[in-house]
Design a protein around this ligand. Structure first.
Ligand code: SF4
Ligand code: SF4
Length: 92
């Protein structure tokens, strides 16, 4: 099992700096993941570090092609969102 990087990658270097196995390699102007070296971070971390740091939705996918950061998952929360969620009118 291994993750993969799609053409959505912007080449920010983030995932390369955190990969514990050196599986992330340059593929200018983006990066790629060497499947043989990717452990999905098993034994090192409780979640894939590349996906945890990646700021681009859809840039990292699993072996089924499903994004670990799907559309909308990295959308910033506004102060208004946070107020609504924590205020007395927040739904439980
Ligand atoms: S899942 Fe872990 S081992 Fe695989 S490329 Fe991402 S950071 Fe590296
Ligand atoms: S963290 Fe995401 S956008 Fe940055 S190089 Fe890795 S896959 Fe590309």
């Amino acid at each position: 099992m291994a993750l993969a990087i799609t053409d959505a990658c912007t080449g920010c270097y983030g995932c390369q700096t955190v990969c514990p196995t050196g599986a992330v390699r340059p593929r200018p102007p983006r990066f790629t993941i060497l499947a043989a070296s990717c452990t999905e971070c098993a034994g090192s971390y409780d979640q894939p570090q590349c996906a945890a740091i990646c700021p681009v939705e859809g840039a990292i996918v699993n072996s089924l092609g499903l994004p670990l950061n799907p559309p909308g998952s990295l959308a910033p929360q506004t102060p208004f969102d946070q107020t609504v969620r924590s205020g007395p009118w927040a739904s439980s």
